[in-house]
Write a protein that binds this ligand. Structure first.
Ligand code: ATP
Length: 364
């Protein structure tokens, strides 16, 4: 079901945690709230669930207004039909998986047959069908999180809220469950709001990402668009663009605008730079840097020395100290170039279209 937040403001004492927020989550959409610790992600989610009372604004789920500060409407959490999954699993260890998942349906006093059928269906969805009678204390972290997910799904919620549900799991399991979650969300056409501070999780799970800073949304868009067109250097930095440099304009040159990197002798040529930028920064994604023995002569070529080589399996990550300039990160796909050694002299090159000159921050 569609979820709409209008002008939501939430203050704890005098401190504003959410500042006049407007978001619409479309029916069947997975919206990820992404941002640094303390930017207001969890508070936003708790407002939707009814666990916090905003100071101002209105929240609508489907056609029902569940909160309206002006009209004094505040539907209690248990009547909003909102499912929640947290970082801590909150699974009862002394009960079986079946009992854990059946619990909310028993609370609703549904007939036994219906409970059995709905729990079985839900365990099938999360891949735990054959574990129904197992004691929950015998489960791994990943299985526990699946039980927690099943316990929410079994209620057939209008919207599912997930707050860093994978952060207690090890990296491999997190990767696997991330894909499983996305598959379940898409198959069931679930409306989801997912909170994370992990940009790769956000990119993988979102139909749209809402990037939050200081209780406000600074950019909201599809993952590929927000990654390719961040609105500010701080958003680019947060999304993993590790080459972000302060710069000053040096006029135009053939093929674009020229910028000098502050504190260095290096210049960069960039395309499509908006005029009059406040505290401009040049941002270059590591995968857009090419390393080779010769200059490529298509815009930007900088001579450098390989300082660090980190083999990552599918790719190799290099740190290159530019002559007279800063260090650059470059990610080179497996098999696209011979492996370089620490100390090697290389040319680092980037097309002007790969250099984005952005304001340091955007005000909303
Ligand atoms: N119960 C509370 N009382 C007072 N201040 C709070 C309370 N809960 C949150 N805050 C403050 O509100 C702001 C937003 O917190 P929130 O938990 O929503 O951020 P977050 O983005 O989810 O962070 P994290 O990723 O660390 O969970 C923070 O400054 C936080 O310190």
């Amino acid at each position: 079901m569609k979820v709409q937040l209008e002008n939501i403001t939430l203050a704890y004492g005098g401190a504003v945690a959410i500042d006049d927020l407007d978001i619409t989550v479309e029916d069947g959409e997975s919206l990820v709230l992404l941002g640094k610790s303390g930017c207001g992600k969890t508070s936003t989610m708790r407002c939707v669930a009814g666990l916090e009372t905003p100071t101002r604004g209105r929240i609508t789920i489907g056609d029902t207004v569940v909160f309206d500060a002006e009209r004094g409407v505040a539907v209690p959490p248990n009547r909003r039909n909102v499912g929640m999954v947290f970082q801590s699993y909150a699974v009862w260890p002394h009960r079986t998986i079946f009992q854990n998942v059946a619990f909310p349906l028993r609370q609703q006093k549904l007939p036994k047959d219906e409970i059995r059928q709905r729990v079985a269906e839900t365990l099938e969805i999360v891949g735990l069908a054959e574990f129904a009678d197992r004691g929950a204390s015998l489960l791994s972290g990943g299985q526990m999180q699946r039980v927690a997910l099943a316990r929410s799904l079994v209620m057939r919620p209008s919207v599912l809220l997930l707050d860093e549900p994978l952060s207690n799991l090890d990296a491999r399991l997190r990767d696997r469950l991330r894909l499983e979650l996305r598959e379940i969300q898409q198959r069931l056409n679930l409306t989801c709001v997912y909170v994370t501070h992990d940009q790769s999780e956000a990119l993988a799970l979102a139909d749209r990402i809402a990037l939050m800073q200081g209780g406000r949304i600074v950019q909201i868009d599809r993952p590929e668009r927000i990654y390719e067109n961040p609105c500010s250097a701080s958003v680019a930095d947060f999304l993993g663009v590790s080459n972000v440099f302060s710069c000053v304009p040096r006029g135009t040159a053939e093929g674009g605008s020229l910028f000098g990197l502050t504190g260095h002798d290096v210049e960069v040529l960039a395309q499509d730079v908006p005029g009059d930028l406040d505290a401009p920064k040049a941002c270059i994604r590591p995968e857009d840097i090419r390393l080779s023995g010769d200059p490529l002569r298509d815009g930007n070529d900088w001579l450098g020395r390989v300082e660090v080589v980190a083999y990552q399996g599918a790719s190799v990550r290099y740190r290159v100290a530019l002559k007279g300039g800063p260090e650059l990160d470059a990610v080179v796909g497996k098999g696209t170039a011979p492996l370089l050694e620490v100390g090697a002299q290389v040319w680092a090159s980037a097309a002007p279209s790969a250099v984005q000159v952005l304001p340091s921050e955007v005000r909303t």
